[in-house]
Design a protein around this ligand. Structure first.
Ligand code: PNS
Length: 160
């Protein structure tokens, strides 16, 4: 069984991420969406909240599993018994960071393979920072994030 780990901050989870996951399961038997728990990074949602949102979005899919990890991605991947990292690329400007990360991970674990998918063009403009700005200015982000994410973001960003 081919299992790919799809790691990320998911703060918040967007339709761009969903696009990659849904296409990822066409290529792999299972995709594990792994929320990074980075204690030094200030996030809108806690890791528990992000995991809960993802579980809600994928509750009807048994080929998508939601998890979280702390520390190095390569160590988590080894613990999960796979060697495949799935990442999405929206634009050319994503490429530099993604390549650096893939190469850094490869130096940490030579058997690791990073597989890239290009996000479908209708989602390539979506970014977490744009979404947060739109919501905090009371705009609609319903074309960028699932309903549950928009609702939770409003609760967080407008009730401060
Ligand atoms: O959604 P993001 O913020 O682009 O995801 C980046 C993430 C979480 C996948 C990356 O920062 C990561 O793997 N962090 C875990 C720590 C680690 O392994 N760092 C070394 C590789 S650069």
């Amino acid at each position: 069984m081919k299992v790919a780990i799809y790691p990320g901050s998911f703060d918040p989870f967007t339709y761009g991420h969903k696009n990659i996951i849904e296409r990822g399961v066409q290529v792999f038997d299972r995709v594990i969406v792994a929320v990074a728990h980075n204690t030094s990074k200030k996030t809108v949602f806690s890791v528990e909240e992000r995991v809960q949102i993802l579980n809600e979005v994928f509750k009807d899919r048994d080929d998508v599993q939601v998890d979280y990890f702390e520390g190095l991605l390569v160590e988590y991947i080894k613990r999960m018994g796979t060697n495949i990292v799935l990442r999405g690329m929206r634009t050319v400007s994503d490429f530099e960071f993604e390549m650096q990360m893939a190469l850094a991970n490869k130096t940490l674990s030579s058997e690791l393979e990073t597989v890239f998918m290009v996000t479908d063009s209708e989602f390539s403009h979506i970014s977490s920072s744009v979404i947060k700005e739109v919501i905090s200015l009371n705009g609609s982000a319903s074309h960028m994030v699932p309903e549950i994410v928009e609702k939770r973001l409003r609760e967080k960003l407008l009730k401060r």
